[in-house]
Write a new protein. Structure first.
Length: 139
């Protein structure tokens, strides 16, 4: 039995080492991909540069049950894409952690996108105020 332990222990150590190296490579790759996408917003398959958008579109302040919220009108963001009939769709706002909420066009028209990458919709529950937005799906 000692002979088997002498063969198995180094083999197990190598397997654990290989798994650790693989996990490190995977995590590093994911972080690299997130940094590349950090300044963009994916809308209906198109990448929009958020920094440019925040500088070119005028800000709007809305009144919510949690006070005033300022940002750029989400409607203006949608107009920056090639969507021909914005009112024909619903919009799903997806956060970096996978959290998502879907809203109708009428709410998109009233909402704002803040510099902190968060959307606010007056008249909707706070659960719809998605933060760390990375994508808007048009459905």
């Amino acid at each position: 039995m000692n002979y088997n332990k002498e063969k198995i222990l180094p083999l197990l150590a190598m397997i654990v080492l290989i798994i650790g190296i693989g996990a490190t490579i995977y995590v590093t790759g994911q972080q690299s991909m997130m940094k590349e996408a950090e300044g963009t917003l994916l809308i209906n398959g198109e990448y929009i540069d958020i920094h440019d958008l925040l500088q070119t579109v005028s800000y709007k302040t809305i009144e919510t049950d949690d006070g005033e919220k300022t940002g750029i009108p989400i409607e203006e963001i949608i107009k920056e894409t090639s969507i021909n009939c914005p009112s024909c769709y619903t919009y799903t706002f997806i956060a970096s952690d996978g959290y998502q909420q879907t809203v109708e066009w009428e709410h998109v028209q009233k909402g704002v996108f803040s510099e902190e990458h968060r959307v606010f919709f007056p008249g909707l529950a706070h659960a719809f105020w998605v933060r760390d937005i990375i994508e808007i799906k048009v459905e």
